[in-house]
Design a protein around this ligand. Structure first.
Ligand code: PMP
Length: 436
């Protein structure tokens, strides 16, 4: 095996020390702290296409892609120009702009799952608002979520969640009133009987069931089509709404996201990440009838000073215009498929206990010999040690993955064939080191 020495982290370490004086854990979002991997996060200075440069001048090929938004890579020319063009006209008005119409039109024309949309500023807000809409519409209080699914950090949803919560080993947050948590019922994924039971136990009380389009915050837990279709049916039969949280999968698997993949019509859909082209944008959408419950048309209140922000809208329009082009998603999926196939052959050749799960341009490494992983409790926390080692080897070889083995990787349209070929080589070397 080829060993390499650790990259220099002097500047990043210095900046982190300073940051710790200002922010809890030195960061403004927990997983960024690299707590479950190396311990010192890299402070990023610049990104271009598939590449990142940190404060110490290290260069990386990036597979975190800002946790998903950057499906076109860093510093995309069209997005940059759209943002620059808007900058000279003002940053925020708190009044309607034509840009909001343009982004909405682009989305609604290419997405038959929703008839009306409301823009917000983050995925958290999108989901929080969708839950309120479901409760307002059904006049019921309880919601059902799945173990391992992460839906942002609003109170009702921080119960048995994925992302940073599973990374740090405490899947429910402190500070959530018991009365709130009591309204959230958590069941396991991929379990039809659990669904049947919950609708028996809480008959006529469940406002909505919420699920990630493809659960991707606690590993990549790809659900079977017939299970998701069953979920659709049972919610309908019980007068509960189905909320599809497509913050990751929306505009990643296509404009219609995972709803199209599963061939279902959810009641409310939530979006984030890609929709803003790298700027803070989220959204939720539904039928005209449901959306008429939202203020000022209806009684469900939801607002935002910076919602529909013109700079963010301009970035979103530029990004989604590129994604809407014929063949964009097919190509990205093919590229990802070939990348994963190559790794799978290598793993099979070496007989390593690793599985790579993938959908669209998302992939996830599982250090396991199980053929399928569809529930959070199928992941052995001890397997994260392998990820931790691999992560460090990868960074030392100029490959940047998310700093937790529960997080997925993303391939962007900016990743060139050379980038991918080089990455494959580096991943193979890293895995060899981990297993030597
Ligand atoms: N839902 C899902 C499925 C997510 O993956 C995330 C963030 N990773 C969120 C909601 C929350 O989005 P944000 O971080 O923009 O608030």
């Amino acid at each position: 095996t080829t060993t390499v020495s650790d990259i220099s982290r002097e500047k990043s370490a210095e900046l982190f020390e300073k940051a710790k004086q200002y922010f809890p854990g030195g960061v403004n979002s927990p997983v960024r702290a690299f707590k479950s991997v190396y311990g010192t996060p890299l402070f990023i200075e610049r990104g271009d296409k598939a590449r990142l440069w940190d404060a110490d001048g290290n260069e990386f090929i990036d597979y975190c892609c800002s946790w998903g938004p950057l499906i076109l890579g860093h510093n995309n020319e069209e997005i940059r120009e759209a943002v620059q063009n808007q900058l000279g006209k003002g940053l925020s008005f708190g009044a309607p702009t034509a840009l909001e119409n343009d982004l909405a039109e682009l989305i609604l024309k290419n997405n038959s799952k929703i008839e009306k949309i409301r823009f917000v500023s983050s995925g958290t807000e999108a989901v929080m608002s969708a839950i309120r809409l479901a409760r307002g519409y059904t006049k019921r209080d309880k919601i059902v979520k799945f173990e391992g699914c992460y839906h942002g950090h609003s109170d009702s949803l921080l119960v048995k969640a994925g992302s940073g919560l599973v990374t740090f080993g405490e899947t429910s947050s402190a500070g959530v009133p018991k009365a709130f948590a009591d309204e959230t019922i958590v069941i396991a994924l991929n379990d039809k009987e659990a669904l049947e039971q919950v609708f028996k136990d809480f008959k006529d009380q469940i406002a909505a069931v919420i699920i990630e389009g493809v659960p991707a915050n606690n590993g990549l837990l790809i659900q079977d089509k017939d299970y998701i279709q069953f979920l659709r049916e049972i919610t309908k039969q019980n007068g509960s709404l189905l909320i599809f949280d497509e913050v990751i999968t929306g505009f990643r698997l296509g404009f219609e996201g995972a709803s199209k993949y599963y061939d279902i019509q959810p009641d409310i859909l939530t979006y984030g990440k890609i929709i803003g082209g790298g700027m803070p944008v989220g959204a939720y959408g539904a039928s005209r009838e449901l959306m008429s419950c939202i203020s000022p048309d209806g009684a469900v209140y939801q607002a935002g000073t910076l919602a529909g922000n013109p700079v963010a809208m301009a970035a979103g329009i530029a990004a989604l215009s590129i994604l809407a082009k014929e063949g964009f998603y097919e190509k990205l999926e093919q590229t990802t498929g070939a990348f994963v196939d190559e790794l799978r052959s290598f793993i099979a050749e070496r007989n390593y206990q690793i599985k790579i799960f993938t959908i669209g341009s998302i992939f996830w490494f599982a250090f396991t010999d199980q053929e399928k992983i569809q529930r959070a409790d199928q992941i052995d926390p001890a397997s994260m040690e392998f990820y931790k080692k691999m992560h460090r080897e990868l960074l030392n070889r100029g490959i940047y993955f998310g700093p937790s083995g529960y997080e997925v990787g993303f391939i962007s349209a900016a990743h060139t064939q050379e980038d991918l070929t080089h990455t494959l080589l580096m991943i193979k070397e890293s895995i060899d080191v981990v297993y030597q």
